[in-house]
Ligand binder design. Structure first.
Ligand code: AMO
Length: 448
């Protein structure tokens, strides 16, 4: 067998190490050798010339193999490459005005760490693609698409920005138990689990723990998973979502709305500054947000809906569908809906006062018809809490672990929970929450 006919073999990394990332290959390196590592994201076969794009965490670099300039063996090896193979190329850097980033690499050696055995059922370089289920079944490969890489880099910035903002505003980051004994969020269903010989649940939210922690730390936040057994199939519900939960002592819901809108602006501005390339790739222009965000009371929205001949009674929840029917409702703006009926908010939410027990000090932050966050002033006196729990038909004894701390001076406090995926849907204009979730969980999906 001729050397040139040898089938491409997989090799270990051994002592070979990358010398440059794709982003570091530029015309200053002209005529120098470099070792790049990554995966093959496209191949164009022009007969005597092969164009191979190698992609790493920072981007792409073009490798050009010319039959005349390579050994026969190397040219033959490069011809056998397939999209997705994990490889290293040692080669010479050449300035090339026609190459996508002004330089290309002329290969001297190819090492294949792991061959691609199949052709993926979707295109890497394409923005649009086939059905989400096919992609989710092969999610780690799907995530190699620039479209999704851009979204998850933006997600990374959003998380960093939220942490930075809250730390600078005097909040400390906490983690609360995810295996819990009682429900916190009324309506949303629980996932039961076995906890040794007892029944327990996955936490719907850190609500009661974050409230308790205001006693010692005043201002706390948690970024972590919340679990909701959502029986419906929608494009905005997950069974496991990431929530940015905030709780602050000695304030009410108005202070919290001001904090939340400032945090949203800080986050959007950080993304504008950090993710210019991603925003350009996604063809997104983020708005210049202004303070304060508009506020409409629940009663005001209901009146507007009545004017629009919608059938809704005061006390009904506002579905996304009904909000879409509001006249002049901008689909791309943040706004608050405040002062909700007490009956449709959880037991820990404070009412507007004795004269107005029907309404509570609560808000939802909306983006068009999408709910991004909800928050409220909380009840901080034991008797009021007991009264509300009984009114909502809750088993008070099961909450003893929580109620007992109210004998020791719980400060007035307020807070919010913000769905990270919902925020990303608003920022990236993705209609399906699964696109902004690495490994989404829903009623039909528990793998990968
Ligand atoms: P709520 O139940 O409204 O409030 O949840 C807060 C925010 O979390 C997000 N969210 C979800 N995102 C994706 N899939 C879901 N199934 C899902 N459920 C909720 C939404 C929502 O606005 N303890 C309160 C918050 C508080 O008052 O501090 C709570 O959990 O963006």
């Amino acid at each position: 067998m001729k050397l040139s006919d040898r089938v491409l073999q997989e090799e270990d990394i051994g002592k070979m190490r990358r010398t440059h990332y794709s982003s570091e290959i530029n015309s200053d390196l002209h005529d120098n050798e470099a070792i790049i590592m990554g995966w093959v994201s496209s191949i164009r076969d022009h007969g005597n010339m092969q164009f191979v794009t190698i992609t790493d965490r920072y981007g792409d670099i073009q490798v050009v193999a010319k039959r005349k300039e390579c050994t026969e063996e190397l040219f033959n090896q490069i011809q056998q490459l397939k999209e997705h193979a994990s490889v290293a190329i040692r080669g010479k850097v050449k300035s090339q005005v026609k190459a996508p980033n002004g330089t290309e690499v002329i290969p001297l050696e190819l090492r294949v760490f792991s061959m691609a055995k199949k052709t993926a059922p979707f295109m890497i370089q394409s923005k649009t693609s086939i059905g989400i289920d096919t992609r989710l079944n092969l999610r780690a490969v799907d995530l190699r698409r620039n479209f999704l890489k851009s979204i998850f880099r933006i997600r990374n910035t959003a998380l960093k920005a939220a942490r930075e903002f809250l730390s600078e505003h005097g909040f400390i980051e906490v983690n609360t138990p995810k295996m819990i004994a009682t429900a916190t969020e009324g309506g949303a269903a629980l996932f039961p689990i076995f906890y040794y010989d007892r029944e327990a649940f996955l936490a719907q939210s850190p609500q009661l723990y974050k409230e308790q922690l205001t006693m010692a730390f005043e201002n706390v936040f948690e970024i972590g998973p919340i679990f909701r057994a959502e029986p419906s199939r929608t494009n905005r519900h997950l069974s496991e979502a990431i929530s940015i939960d905030v709780e602050q002592a000695f304030v009410d819901y108005n202070d919290i709305m001001r904090l939340l809108e400032k945090m949203i602006i800080f986050t959007v501005d950080s993304i504008k500054e950090t993710n210019k390339n991603e925003l350009e790739y996604l063809n997104l222009q983020l708005p210049n947000l202004e303070l304060p965000f508009p506020k409409y009371s629940y009663s005001n929205i209901v009146s507007k809906l009545h004017e629009a001949q919608e059938h809704i009674r005061w006390g009904d929840d506002l579905s996304p569908q009904i909000i879409k029917n509001l006249q002049n409702n901008r689909t791309d703006a943040f706004y608050f809906i405040t002062d909700w009926p007490t009956s449709i908010k959880p037991f820990y939410v404070k009412t507007k006062g004795e004269k107005d027990e029907m309404m509570c000090e609560s808000f939802d932050l909306m983006y068009g018809s999408l709910e991004i966050s909800s928050g409220s002033t909380r009840i901080n006196r034991k008797n009021d809490l007991l009264k509300r729990m009984k009114k909502q038909g809750l088993n008070v004894d099961a909450f003893d672990y929580h109620l007992r701390v109210f004998d020791y001076g719980v400060p007035p406090h307020a807070g919010f929970g913000l769905g990270l995926e919902r925020l990303l849907m608003a920022i990236t204009k993705c209609d399906n929450i699964r696109d902004v979730t690495l490994y989404p969980r829903d009623i039909d999906r528990l793998t990968p």
